[in-house]
Design a protein around this ligand. Structure first.
Ligand SMILES: Nc1nc2c(ncn2[C@@H]2O[C@H](COP(=O)(O)OP(=O)(O)OP(=O)(O)O)[C@@H](O)[C@H]2O)c(=O)[nH]1
Ligand SMILES: [Mg+2]
Length: 392
């Protein structure tokens, strides 16, 4: 016989995962929370019968961001359940309870409609979730988001406004919807008061819907209304009661109980071993995550170093350019000074030359004047001598 389908329930603290399981099981198999602290702190699976004798295993998980009552410090992120921690726990559970090839048939993400949705999955968490769901590359995991606590809202309209905010915001819900998830609504309604509309789905229908995406089950035969669900659960309980009475009358009861005790002891032993294996698998995953983180940190350091080197090269080049520019400017200034000096020297020489020439010209003129004067005097005296001779 084929193994029952495996469906994981994820969501924030107190979103209603355990109640969801109990509703499908028809009895309180999972402990539900009553305070602000998370009731579910470990991954547990519950085998439940869907209506048409179909069996599913629901895997209940601790709440995202959950803190235990023993460790109530909301600032201590190491003690709260981040999406990475939840997925690590879930993966360890599936790997040890089954094997590494086992995948989930689907995931139900529950969210209290009255709360904002702030957490997001990082790329690695998203990858892990897809792997866990066996979603091939490029496809979305089989996922339904169920918003809960609609029954505690003043009216449906208030829920619709919150739903709009959640589906348009940038939290996990928007992220999952973008990845192909579908939306459903749920609340602990009195059967007669459940709002109409296909979005309001009882848990059986939600699971049937998920399964219809993974196998030939089209979800028919599943109760679509609370009244239908209550009737079928009643029938189921009646059947179990009758069986119980018959068994009580059996003379083999005592023997069976002894055998059961033995089985329980063995089961407990097996459970302890399973827990140990799970813890080892979680440790293994954590080591892989640490190794990955170290690789990423190393790559980041390398990138940072490269950037620093490039910056240093750039600064050196700029410094060199500045120095070259300064040298060029100094040389130009020197050359200009030199040119000015040479021009000045030339002007000085020219001026001196002109002065000398002027002086020489003036000297020559003066000599010529002197000469002319002398000539005049000589001519005068020669003329005087001649007239004296004539007189005598
Ligand atoms: N009125 C109402 N109560 C709900 C609904 N869903 C859950 N509850 C109640 O909310 C409380 C917490 O529900 P749980 O099912 O324990 O929630 P959980 O997600 O398993 O929470 P933890 O495991 O503690 O993180 C319980 O008292 C539930 O009865 C809902 O849709 N409407
Ligand atoms: Mg719970």
């Amino acid at each position: 016989m084929a193994e029952p389908a495996l469906i994981a329930l994820l969501g924030g603290t107190g979103a209603g995962r355990s109640s969801f399981v109990n509703t499908i099981a028809g009895e309180d198999v999972a402990r539900v929370g009553h305070g602000i602290y998370s009731e579910t702190l470990e991954v547990n699976q519950y085998e439940c019968k869907l209506m048409e004798a179909q069996v599913v295993r629901l895997v209940d998980t601790p709440g995202l961001g959950a803190l235990s009552a023993d460790n109530p410090d909301p600032t201590a992120s190491s003690t709260s359940f981040t999406p990475t921690k939840i997925l690590r726990k879930l993966t360890a559970f599936v790997h040890t309870e089954y094997d590494r090839t086992r995948t989930l048939s689907g995931v139900v993400y529950l969210h209290d409609i009255r709360k904002p949705n702030v957490s997001r999955l990082g790329p690695r968490d998203l990858k892990k979730l897809k792997e866990l769901c066996g979603a091939p590359e490029g496809t979305a995991p089989n996922l339904i988001i169920v918003t809960t606590f609609w029954d505690l809202l003043p009216d449906v309209q208030a829920g619709l406004s919150s739903e709009t905010l959640l589906t348009r915001g940038d939290g996990l819900i928007k992220q999952l919807l973008d990845g192909g998830a579908r939306l459903a609504r749920w609340g602990h309604y009195d059967p007669s008061a459940s709002p109409a509309g296909p979005e309001f789905q009882v848990p059986h229908k939600v699971i049937g819907d998920l399964l219809s995406r993974t196998d030939s089950n089209d979800g028919s035969g599943l109760p679509s209304s609370f009244a239908d669900l209550r009737e079928k659960l009643k029938q189921q309980k009646e059947g179990l009661k009758t069986e119980g009475y018959q068994a009580a009358g059996d003379a083999e009861e005592a023997k069976k109980k002894a055998e059961e005790g033995l089985r329980n002891t063995e089961e407990r032993k097996e459970n302890t071993q399973k827990r140990k294996r799970r813890a080892e698998s979680e440790k293994e995953q954590m080591e892989e995550d640490v190794e990955d983180a170290e690789k990423r940190a190393k790559a980041k350091r390398k990138r940072k170093q490269k950037r620093a080197e490039a910056k240093e090269r750039r600064e050196r080049a700029e410094q060199q350019e500045r120095e070259e520019r300064r040298e060029r400017e100094e040389r130009r200034a020197r050359e200009e000074r030199q040119e000015r000096k040479e021009r000045q020297d030339r002007l000085d020489r020219q001026e001196r030359q002109e002065r000398r020439e002027r002086r020489e010209r003036e000297e020559r003129q003066w000599q010529q004047q002197q000469q002319a004067e002398e000539d005049r005097k000589r001519a005068k005296s020669a003329k005087g001598t001649t007239s004296t001779t004539t007189f005598l």
